[in-house]
Structure formats: structure tokens, C-alpha cells
Design a protein around this ligand. Structure first.
Ligand code: SAJ
Length: 432
């Protein structure tokens, strides 16, 4: 295939990364077949709709589906480029589970032909791309496989991790630089030629193993830095200091840039990926492990602090603001906000009200619990206690006069002007 020709592309996995990627590739003029194991997802996309919330994705998918550039299916078909974007969760004891990647590779193996490129985008432990290559070699002994042949290989295999931020996925898919890790340098060049069709950021070629590690390092770097902020917030609670003020002041130093504390780290990436490094090099990664533990431990600290406050004000209703793992998205995966609200709902039946503008009903975690989903106005009218857990813009913009009388535990620091009503209430109480 000459480089002017548009390759046909098969994207396996139509989730938070796969679907936007498929749509962006389709918009660049390549016909795309998207594969998912969920029939409902396939039907939704084929009707031009989407099953996830992401800025501007609805219009893009509707456009490429209506122009027949993107269609979805349950089964793989022959294509020129295969992009694998399936989940890589961890199992018991945080052991990485790459079985979805291997199943995807098995499913595409039968359709591979000379000239094809296979690209793995899922976050993976170092060495997974080589394992996938070995599996393909086993399933297709008729093909010359990169790294296993002295001749020119029939296919190219590369690892090219995504690094897009939920909420900005479409923009970052185009603008971000990317690591393009080939099994061989020839593989990397083939993958680079493909990404050049739709990425404006710089494309930097490397080995598959280095690209795998780079992805894990990026998210571990952020986890370690958030852990520092979370540890500071626990120290500040202990010393009765305002952590937000301390961080604001420290960040005025030209070489200090402390991140924001919160109720813990959520989502499917930062709370998961560091374990892939720890699992591969347990003795060599004490800092990364401790950071994970600090961030997970923050959930328990918030629960403790919240309970202290709630126990002091019996019978009052409590509004938990937010279930999403971060601002302005509808993603509740690994969300500390959700874990904390569900635990509080169990501990205080009938008293916990959930405010989550991105949910139409309470998630399964609240099944059989006496908790209720209410809107912001109802919460402001009926709940004297507010616990902020997600920093949605809709929460941030509530003016002081609407919350001035509330007792607030602000785990995200979204209302710096909030008076400390809890201390005020405590001071009014007779000692003992
Ligand atoms: N968080 C804090 N304090 C902060 C920043 C974040 O508590 O100062 C929390 C958030 O509230 C959230 C969690 O961390 O619970 C993760 O949020 P995030 O915005 O830091 O990252 P994700 O998980 O949405 O996306 C990350 C990004 N990685 C990095 O920034 C290094 C993204 O670029 C990756 O593509 C994505 O993981 C991924 O798919 O791996």
C-alpha cells in the first residue's frame, strides 16, 4: 500500500479510548470498523449515537457514522491496520490481567495479511507487546514476524500508548506528542506513518518496551505527586492548618508546583497503572507503592473526618456533592467519591443525600441503601451538612450566600471562602 492510499482500520474495544480514537481516524478519511463485545454498544454506535460522555464526541461519531466512515461490529474483518484499545485491569493482589489484549490478538490473527500493522494502545506491563507478538507468531506460523525473522517481516507490530485526559480526549488525541514503540525500528516507522494521518503532536519512535514503561511512568509520576499533596492534607488536619493556603503559598516558589489534595485518586489509569510497575519490580519500587497506599488511604481519612463531623450533628441530613472520580465527567470507575458516599450511606441510613448532576440514578453500589439522589437546589434547601467530593464546575459556582450557613467538609478545596461553621458550632457548645 502506498502512503497516499487510505488504509482500512479496525479498532478493537470501543470504550473511553477506542471510540474517540476510531472516530478521529474515520474523520481523517480512513474507513474504520470498530469492534466491541457488547452488542448494545455496537448497536448504539451504528445508530450514530454514543454510550459514553465526552466533550464533542456525540457530534463527531454521528458525522462519521452517517458518512459510512465508521461502523461497528461484534466480529473482526480483514483490515490494513489493527488498533487494540481494550481494558487491562488488575486481578487479585494487583496482578495485571492482559487477557483482553491476548483475546483481541487471537481474534485478529486469522485476518492478518502481508503489509498489515498491529498496534497495541492499552496500558500494559512491560513485555506485553512481545508476548502478543509471540502469540500471533504461534497462531500464524505462515507469516514472517518482526523480531523472529531474519527476512523482511510480513507484518509490523508496535506499542503506542494514548495519553489523553478524559474531558479533553478529542483535542488531546490530535495535539499530544506520542511515543511510538516498535518491536523493531521498521515497525515503529510503519506505525508512525499511520499516526501521522491524524496526530498533529510530535511522534517519537522508540522500542515497544520503552514505550510500555513510559506510559506507566507518566501515570506513576502523577500518582506520586498527588500522594504528596494528600499526605500534606492529612498532616495539615493533624496540625490544624489550612492545606490549601499552605500549598498556594508554597507554589509561589519558582520551582515548586504541588498538586491538589482530594478524597483519593480515582479513574481507571492513575489508581491502576503504578501497580504494573510494582508487580514487575517489587523490590525496586518502594516509593511508588507507598504513594499508592497514601492515595488509597486518603479515602479512610476522609471517612474518619466526615464521621467525626456527622456524629457531632445528629439527625441532620448530609449532602455528598459528587460521585465522579474527577470534575465534569460521568465516569465513576474507581471513584473515591463514590466509595466514600456509599460507605457513609451504609453508616448513616436515611441521612445521606447524593448530589451528582452527571447521574440520572444512583449506581449499583447504593443498592438496598437508604440514600437518595437529589439536585443541587434540593440539597441547599434541605441539608445543613455538605461534604464536597468532586470538583464539578456546577458545584464550584454556587455562591457563598447560598451555602454560608452550612457546615462544610470540603475535601477538594472548591470553596476557599467558606466559613468554618463547624468550629463555630463547637465553640458554642458547653465543654464535655
Ligand atoms: N487528582 C487529585 N489531585 C490533583 C490531580 C488529580 O486528587 O491535583 C485526582 C483526580 O481527582 C482523579 C485522579 O487524580 O481522581 C486522576 O485524575 P487525573 O486528571 O490526574 O488523570 P486521569 O486519570 O483522568 O488521566 C490520566 C492522565 N495521566 C496523566 O496526567 C499523567 C492522562 O493523560 C492519561 O491518558 C490517563 O490517565 C490514562 O488513560 O492513562
Amino acid at each position: 500500500m502506498l502512503s497516499e492510499e487510505k488504509p482500512s482500520v479496525c479498532v478493537i474495544g470501543l470504550g473511553y479510548i477506542g471510540l474517540p480514537t476510531a472516530a478521529v481516524i474515520a474523520r481523517s478519511g480512513c474507513p474504520v470498523l470498530g469492534i466491541d463485545i457488547n452488542e448494545q454498544v455496537v448497536d448504539t454506535i451504528n445508530s450514530g449515537k454514543i454510550h459514553i460522555e465526552e466533550v464533542d464526541l456525540d457530534g463527531l461519531v454521528q458525522g462519521v457514522v452517517s458518512r459510512n466512515m465508521l461502523r461497528a461490529s461484534l466480529t473482526v474483518e480483514p483490515s490494513d491496520v489493527f488498533v487494540i484499545a481494550v481494558p487491562t485491569p488488575f486481578g487479585e493482589n494487583h496482578i495485571p490481567d492482559t487477557s483482553f489484549v491476548m483475546t483481541a490478538a487471537t481474534n485478529i490473527a486469522k485476518d492478518l495479511k502481508t503489509g498489515d500493522t498491529v498496534i497495541l494502545e492499552s496500558t500494559c506491563p512491560v513485555g506485553t507487546t512481545e508476548k502478543m507478538r509471540d502469540l500471533i507468531a504461534e497462531l500464524r506460523p505462515d507469516l514472517k514476524i518482526p523480531g523472529l525473522t531474519q527476512d523482511i517481516p510480513d507484518i509490523a507490530i508496535a506499542y503506542c500508548p494514548e495519553r489523553v485526559l478524559p474531558g479533553r480526549i478529542l483535542e488531546e488525541l490530535i495535539q499530544n506528542d506520542r511515543s511510538i514503540g516498535g518491536i523493531t525500528s521498521r515497525c515503529a516507522r510503519k506505525a508512525l506513518g499511520f499516526y501521522r494521518r491524524f496526530v498533529r503532536g510530535e511522534l517519537v519512535t522508540t522500542s515497544a518496551r520503552a514505550a510500555e514503561m513510559t506510559k506507566l511512568v507518566e501515570n506513576s509520576y502523577r500518582d506520586v505527586n498527588i500522594a504528596f499533596a494528600n499526605e500534606l492534607s492529612i498532616i495539615a488536619d493533624h496540625m490544624d492548618l489550612d492545606v490549601w493556603e499552605v500549598i498556594r503559598l508554597a507554589n509561589r516558589h519558582p520551582r515548586v508546583n504541588i498538586l491538589q489534595p482530594g478524597p483519593g485518586v480515582g479513574g481507571h489509569c492513575i489508581a491502576v497503572d503504578p501497580w504494573f510497575i510494582i508487580h514487575s519490580a517489587p523490590e525496586q519500587s518502594p516509593l511508588i507503592r507507598i504513594a499508592r497506599e497514601v492515595n488509597d488511604g486518603k479515602i479512610g481519612h476522609v471517612l474518619e473526618q466526615a464521621s467525626l463531623l456527622i456524629d457531632e450533628l445528629p439527625d441532620e441530613s448530609i449532602a455528598c456533592f459528587g460521585l465522579a472520580f474527577k470534575a465534569n465527567i460521568d465516569d465513576f470507575r474507581e471513584s473515591p467519591a463514590l466509595k466514600i458516599s456509599a460507605k457513609l450511606a451504609k453508616r448513616y441510613p436515611g441521612r445521606i443525600k447524593i448530589v451528582e448532576p452527571y447521574a440520572s440514578k444512583l449506581p449499583a453500589e447504593f443498592k438496598d441503601m437508604d440514600a437518595e439522589l437529589i439536585d443541587i437546589d434540593q440539597a441547599l434547601e434541605t441539608c445543613p451538612i455538605i461534604i464536597t467530593l468532586t470538583d464539578h464546575d456546577m458545584f464550584k459556582s454556587i455562591p457563598l450566600d447560598e451555602r454560608v450557613s452550612k457546615v462544610v467538609y470540603d475535601t477538594r478545596g472548591i470553596w476557599p471562602d467558606q466559613p468554618d461553621n463547624f468550629s463555630a458550632i463547637n465553640e458554642l457548645k458547653p465543654p464535655g
